[in-house]
Design a protein around this ligand. Structure first.
Ligand code: MN
Ligand code: ZN
Length: 496
């Protein structure tokens, strides 16, 4: 069983058992209202701070065990920095810091700052950060250590001057936390469990929230002419799938916005097989598709006032007597032909057909695709930013801002006709790799040939979607990256 977390709300009152969490700035003093609730023990913080070198900096925490004069197991002071920093505080991260300290325990967080009580929205962000931090993927561990904190539920009570309002705000963000959880679960699942068919089944659970879900099997895709996607999956014992999800929360007839995800459930490289070291990580080559499913959940859960299409291509790339080979030429759904140079450059073949299908069928306002597409994006940006490629400055600017606001950051790289010659083929309209230089750019340039004039962004998330950096809000291998980013973009710009 995964560790569970229970979040509750109550009015501000003196602590009664468990851990107590308070915020302090660089003066090391809690607000006057909280100092009153803590009585003499509020002086303990300043006393313990010097030997622990705690200076009240944002995201730092000081733990005081069995605080004298207080009915509490531990008094925990969480830093919020100087007064000047207050408006820049990242409440999601602070929620992560708090939950890290309370993991496997129960604690009450006294939500009051001098002159600046956190708004209901801030409280929702703290609760979101706590849920993200406490996520665990341990369903395949059968042996647990004694007193393993994994087994003990965490109980966090937020005490604020207006608990009913805070509760309502926090509840509104629950769907977002759940969307990230779904995306992380999908990325973390082993590839023997999560094949294309099982993945499609999990996406189908969105129908419970009112999302329309269509699953296309190989026969249906053959009929549509999606030969590039099918070519990638033809070496696998498992059939490929495409899932189309629709949330219709906007005006009837209004053009939808569309999100497309690469879902290679396992990428061996195919005949151009990858080296063995680290190949197990290729179970995460579906992080783009996982994000789209998590996002659709988040949007439907909060009944977003927008028409949204999610489309994911689900395939397994395996070497086999039936697998595609280097040298093959395939005809895509668009009619354009592709010479296969390297069967490990398979993601763009899947996305090319799905992008073409989505722009042709739905005539969307914009398309954003997410894909763990190239190792080259790690060379360029490490794991701090996802690579962004776009044919539309306004859309790219909006996503850049959403990245700054959520911490899921994107950095734009160039597209341009001068890169086209790198993917022109001697025998077909294009080839599926452009060589070593600018590998992420030529991959994006390839995708652009399947979007026509629809405003479009390609996000290369090979560095951010899996094997993710450990942060205050993510201790998981699969980060669920992009769900919060895209939910934010929709919320800020695309709801009626
Ligand atoms: Mn590959
Ligand atoms: Zn791949």
């Amino acid at each position: 069983m995964a560790a569970s977390v229970k979040i509750d709300f109550q009015p501000l009152s003196a602590p009664a058992g468990g851990d107590v969490v308070v915020f302090v700035g660089e003066d090391l003093e809690p607000s006057a209202r909280i100092a009153e609730l803590l009585g003499k023990s509020s002086e303990l913080i300043a006393k313990a701070a010097a030997p622990e070198r705690f200076k009240g900096k944002a995201n730092a925490a000081l733990v005081i065990p069995t605080p004298a004069g207080l009915d509490a197991d531990r008094l925990i002071a969480v830093g919020i920095g100087s007064e000047g920093d207050r408006s820049k505080l990242n409440w999601v991260e602070l929620g992560g810091v708090i939950a890290g300290k309370l993991s496997g325990r129960s604690g009450t967080v006294l939500l009051d700052l001098e002159g600046a009580t956190p708004s209901p929205d801030d409280v929702a962000q703290i609760a979101l950060g706590a849920r993200l931090r406490l996520y665990k993927f341990d369903r395949y561990k059968t042996k647990k250590k004694d007193n393993d904190e994994n087994d003990t539920p965490t109980k966090i009570t937020f005490a604020s001057p207006d608990p009913a309002v805070a509760r309502k705000a926090a509840k509104a963000a629950d769907g977002l936390a759940e969307g990230v959880r779904i995306a992380r679960d999908l990325v973390n699942e082993p590839p023997n469990v999560l094949g294309p068919e099982e993945f499609a089944k999990r996406a189908e659970e969105l129908t419970k929230l009112g999302v329309e879900v269509e699953i296309l099997d190989e026969k249906a895709m053959r009929k549509l002419g999606m030969r590039a996607l099918l070519a990638v999956g033809q070496g696998s014992e498992r059939e490929s799938r495409m899932v189309v999800m629709r949330w219709n929360g906007g005006r009837a007839g209004a053009k939808p916005i569309a999100f497309i995800g690469k879902g290679v459930v396992f990428d061996s490289g195919g005949i151009s097989i990858k080296p063995g070291g680290g190949m197990e990580d290729m179970k995460g080559d579906m992080a783009g598709a996982a994000c789209v499913v998590g996002l659709m959940h988040a949007l439907a859960a909060r009944k977003a006032k927008a028409n949204v299409v999610g489309a994911i291509g689900l395939v397994e790339n395996m070497p086999d007597g039936k697998a595609q080979r280097p040298g093959d030429i395939v005809t895509t759904m668009s009619g354009q032909t592709v010479e296969i140079i390297n069967t490990d450059a398979e993601g763009r073949l899947v996305l090319g057909d799905v992008l073409w299908y989505v722009q042709d069928r739905f005539k969307p306002q914009f398309m954003i695709d997410l894909a763990t597409l190239t190792g080259a994006i790690l060379v360029a940006l490490a794991q701090e930013y996802a690579g962004m490629f776009s044919n539309n400055d306004e859309l790219a600017g909006r996503l850049f801002e959403a990245g700054k606001a959520t911490g899921e950051k994107v950095w734009r790289l160039p597209l341009g006709p001068e890169y086209d010659k790198l993917i022109d083929s001697k025998f077909a309209d294009m080839k599926n790799t452009g060589g070593r230089h600018g590998g992420s750019i030529t991959a994006a340039q390839f995708l652009q040939r399947f979007v026509n004039d629809v405003p479009w962004i390609h996000l290369d998330i090979a560095g951010t979607g899996m094997n993710a950096p450990q942060t205050e809000t993510n201790k998981s291998w699969g980060s669920g990256w992009g769900v919060r980013l895209l939910d934010r973009l929709v919320r800020d710009h695309y709801e009626r």
